[in-house]
Design a protein around this ligand. Structure first.
Ligand SMILES: [Zn+2]
Length: 172
């Protein structure tokens, strides 16, 4: 059975029955993420998740988050698209002791009051993958601010041309 994305997931029934969710989610309303986004002018994130027990009996939330975020390149200060494809592998735990017993394949997700706010969970996952110093990569256009371009051209003009010096030597 596959449901649309709910706002919250009741975790109590997951011990006995798993559920699949698929849907899209806007980055609008993710206040912590908004602080590092350049703008929210991106298509909705595509989410597919399974919530339930795995073969080993661990209650988990796993699946994928796909989409794109708009960040500010810290080199040229222009907008850069940051593609996101996150494999979610979270184990639902109720205490730190339970988290410590987890297999390494899972990250612990603390559940309070048997309830998960899905938007918060997704936002946490996004915050983990956003670089602290985003930069266009080498294959992308990274345009330096115009004042820096002007500085560079002045420096280049003032450089003596070594070939001109050589040519004058030859003339003597
Ligand atoms: Zn750049």
């Amino acid at each position: 059975m596959r449901d649309r994305l709910p706002e919250t997931i009741d975790t109590a029934p997951l011990k006995t029955s798993g559920r699949e969710y698929r849907g899209s989610l806007s980055v609008l309303g993710m206040a912590r993420l908004a602080e590092i986004l350049r703008d929210t002018d991106v298509p909705d994130l595509q989410i597919s998740l399974y919530a339930g027990r795995d073969a080993g009996g661990v209650t988990c939330l796993q699946g994928q988050i796909e989409g794109s975020l708009h960040l500010t390149c810290q080199r040229c200060l222009e907008r850069m698209a940051f593609p996101v494809k996150i494999d979610v592998r979270l184990a639902l735990v109720h205490s730190a002791a339970e988290a410590e017993r987890l297999a390494e394949a899972y990250e612990p997700l603390l559940v309070e009051n048997e309830r998960l706010v899905l938007r918060d969970v997704i936002e946490d996952e996004l915050l983990l993958v956003v670089p602290s110093f985003p930069q266009h990569d080498a294959t992308e256009h990274c345009s330096l601010p115009t004042y820096r371009e002007a500085d560079i051209s002045v420096v280049e003009e003032e450089k003596p041309n070594p070939f001109a010096a050589l040519a004058s030597l030859k003339r003597n």
